[in-house]
Design a protein. Sequence first.
Length: 289
Amino acid sequence: MPLRRPLVLALCATLLLSGCGLLPGSSDGTPRQHLRQALDDVRSAVQKQIDDAVAKAKAQQSGDTGTVDRQGSPQVDAIRTDTNTAFDYAEYTKTLQGVLTSLETYWSTALPGQLGAPFSAPKRYSYYRPEDGPGPTCGGEPAPAKNAFYCPSGDFIAWDETGLLIPYYVQAGDFAAAFVLAHEFGHAMQARLPKKEAPGILSELQADCFAGSWARAVQDQGALSAGDLDEATLAVFSARDVPGTKFTDPQAHGSGFERTRAFSDGYEGGPKACYPAPAQEWLVGQTAP
Ligand SMILES: [Zn+2]
């Protein structure tokens, strides 16, 4: 699916504002002034789309939490929903159902076949809207806003719908939202494997790698269109750590480079390229623990 223009512009805006030095400079600052105005316009246009989508979602589905069921049979076509039309909550939900079904189908074969571990699906998939009420707790911890997570003790996947998944879906595309689910599903698969990485960068990169291996399977089924992998890559990249984050930080997810590399390794090499986590290759320029 083609990338939506606002995202491309927003991404450029981020790069420019982070001081990469691509701007034509001027001593009186006039070009920068114009650019800033343009960037503000882009930002508010994207934000407005997201706000509209969130408002529509709330109008179509009441309640602050809910669950998304898998579909009865694999529907990989459901991932292909980029229509460049106004946000449609039913279509969004159908996409998530298709992604979850595809993930279950893929891992039900890949986990035993490639990694020798028995497969079982996560117990449930839940969404929440922090502004309207608390999400599901995990081990006594509240569900975080603007995030998604896999809860090992409850064996479920949950995500902030209005603060994370709908914005990703609207701004970056349906496969960016799919990547979030695939990454969390990767954590669920980790829980079923004997060798576990400690929470932190290796376990996060392994989840990215598992997401990449699933993306390849979807690609091989012909269910991706041009731009989908870029959407996943942008989702990976937008969630990178700030430079300077120590790899020993349990909150670390990896740099943009490390994360895109792990995703690509899974895409190229399948689950065996992800497990056990190849620390020496993934932790670029860092001493592996
Ligand atoms: Zn993660």
